[in-house]
Design a protein around this ligand. Structure first.
Ligand code: ADP
Length: 165
């Protein structure tokens, strides 16, 4: 049986926090589909094609290290539907703190109501990356701060480029 997971998020931009969750779930999944949310009416900081490319590049070492088949899709509806379309039986989410816990568990339980066959697996953030949030990365970059401790080098470059354009 192939164990396939679906990890949905905005990834705007992808951070070392997301990569921690991706690398750790890749160790126990045969395949992992990353779902990049594209919400109509909501303009992301980085365009969708850039978010997809950055994620794909960042995942390359994880693919090599784990053998997990990691692919990336966009989705604009319910995560449970996107997960099902991806052939996944598990939704992966990360938990940083109590507010993530409250929100994520509620969402996981509502998703279970929508799709009883879909299990949500929560991974507690690793100590080294649990403080990282995409929203703060963007704020720091906009104020001229160095985001290199929080994101892969290519993401750093893409964020700086987006701020200049
Ligand atoms: P969303 O807009 O759905 O919150 P994000 O890209 O911000 O999308 O986050 C997607 C998932 O990644 C969420 O489960 C979130 O809790 C998790 N996540 C984000 N940052 C971290 C981090 N630093 N450590 C662990 N999990 C994280």
């Amino acid at each position: 049986m192939t164990r396939t997971g679906f990890y949905p998020g905005s990834f705007d931009p992808v951070t070392f926090g997301h990569m921690d969750i991706i690398a750790r779930s890749a160790r126990f999944l045969d395949a992992l589909v990353l779902g990049v949310g594209v919400h109509h009416g909501k303009t992301p900081f980085l365009p969708t094609d850039v978010r997809l490319r950055l994620l794909d590049d960042a995942c390359e070492p994880v693919r090599t290290a784990t053998g997990c088949r990691i692919s990336i899709v966009t989705f604009d509806g319910l995560a449970v539907n996107a997960a099902r379309d991806a052939g996944a039986g598990v939704i992966v989410r990360g938990l940083r703190d109590a507010s993530d816990f409250d929100y994520e568990v509620q969402m996981g339980q509502m998703n279970a109501g929508l799709a009883p066959d879909m299990e949500t697996v929560f991974l507690a953030a690793s100590p080294a990356t649990r403080m990282i949030a995409s929203s703060l990365v963007k704020q720091i970059a906009k104020m001229g701060g160095d985001i290199s401790p929080f994101v892969p080098e290519a993401v750093n470059a893409a964020v700086l480029k987006a701020l200049k354009s």
